[in-house]
Design a protein around this ligand. Structure first.
Ligand SMILES: Cc1cc2nc3c(=O)[nH]c(=O)nc-3n(C[C@H](O)[C@H](O)[C@H](O)COP(=O)(O)OP(=O)(O)OC[C@H]3O[C@@H](n4cnc5c(N)ncnc54)[C@H](O)[C@@H]3O)c2cc1C
Length: 337
């Protein structure tokens, strides 16, 4: 285990925001997971926060007076089950590398999640989703260290209570489980049924008729690159605002008001666009021209600036449409208190 002291959290976050962390533990091997709790006890550390690659996380300017436990555990194990394959994947494996491995083996299930930045261990936390797929549908088991019981556990998909951008890991039991590996079951074959509209449009425009996982993953990467900030080139946390879900009996009202929705899901990008916010900059944060849910950090250095930007953007949307925007990314030092 690598231990670092007084680390700038902004360097660990793709949004480039956050003060100093007292300690960082880098966990590189499953055997080191055993050492997390004894090491914290030995060093007298009480507070901790789990981190992957920081693509959905930043911190307040006060930083974090505890240890940030970074998952760097590698390794992909594969077991052939006939028409399916079971993978057990280290939590620190790069998500897109794992997607690549599965599509090259002709497996369907996560091909539309290609190009999402982050680690495998963080994927279940907010149940990553894109282009009509969610990771929950391919997960069979979560292997974790239970910080409360101080033992290794295996959690079934049902126990994780997955839904849109939600699981036990980012709600009621946040901070309880350090996910050191994830087990997936993926099927040989191709995606069935209708594809997500923008993906289908891309395929049609490019005269691509194949739906092989490899072809779809590549198409998704192309569509994403044309619509989303490219990780590493612009500082962001991806979608900053979540889509909003309304109740079934509120749909009629949406139609009357001409607010676009997909079932009970309101298109928040449209609300932001219609509020005249696209391309505008607030305290160093720009509302992305390509993807209105994304805030790009052009020049801000502090969480205080982000807080002000979010308040101002949310106020404009709420005054125009009456909907409160909800933040997707996690904040170290706020979410875990
Ligand atoms: C350009 C861009 C595009 C994006 N596009 C999408 C998208 O299309 N769909 C989507 O769903 N998301 C998207 N995201 C968000 C992000 O990619 C995902 O949330 C991803 O899973 C984050 O992975 P990470 O390793 O960086 O997680 P981190 O940001 O490091 O952590 C995220 C959360 O998971 C917890 N966590 C991390 N590792 C563990 C662990 N081992 N055990 C327990 N808890 C852990 C952390 O405490 C934190 O609460 C995008 C982000 C960016 C920057």
């Amino acid at each position: 285990m690598k231990i670092r002291e007084n680390v700038n959290i902004s360097e660990l976050s793709t949004m480039k925001i956050g003060g100093i962390a007292r300690y960082v533990f880098e966990i590189e091997d499953t055997t080191e997971v055993f050492m997390i709790i004894p090491k914290m006890e030995e060093m007298g550390i009480k507070k901790y926060y789990f981190l992957g690659s920081g693509a959905n996380t930043f911190a307040t300017d006060d930083g974090f007076d505890g240890v940030i436990i970074v998952n760097k555990i590698q390794g992909i194990q594969k077991e052939d089950l006939g028409d399916k394959i079971r993978y057990t994947v280290g939590g620190g494996v790069d998500w897109d590398e794992f997607v690549d491995e599965t599509v090259k083996n002709g497996l369907t299930g996560i091909e539309c999640l290609a190009g999402i930045p982050g680690t495998v261990g963080a994927a279940p936390v907010q149940n990553i989703g894109a282009y009509g797929q969610e990771v929950k549908d391919s997960i069979s088991k979560i292997l974790a260290l239970d910080m409360k019981k101080q033992q290794f556990v295996s959690l079934s998909r049902e126990e994780c209570d997955f839904s849109y951008r939600h699981s036990i890991f980012n709600s009621g039991l946040r901070g309880r489980y350090f996910i050191y590996a994830v087990e997936f079951i993926l099927e040989k074959g191709e995606i069935q049924g209708e594809l997500y509209r923008s993906l289908q449009t891309y395929l049609d425009e490019n005269k691509i008729s194949s739906r092989s996982p490899e072809v779809l993953a590549e198409a998704v990467r192309e569509v994403r690159n044309s619509k989303l900030p490219i990780a590493g080139e612009e500082a962001s946390s991806g979608s900053f605002f979540k889509n909003i879900y309304v109740k079934e009996d509120e749909i009629e009202e949406l139609d009357k008001r001409g607010i676009p929705h997909h079932g009970t899901k309101i298109n928040v990008a449209w609300l932001i666009e219609q509020s005249g916010l696209i391309g505008k900059t607030f305290h160093g944060f720009r509302v992305s021209e390509k993807a209105p849910l994304v805030l790009i950090n052009d020049s801000a250095k502090s969480y205080e600036e982000l807080k002000k930007a979010v308040q101002e953007i949310s106020k404009v949307v709420e005054e125009k449409f009456g909907f409160k925007l909800e933040q997707e990314p996690n904040v170290i030092g706020v979410d875990n208190d």
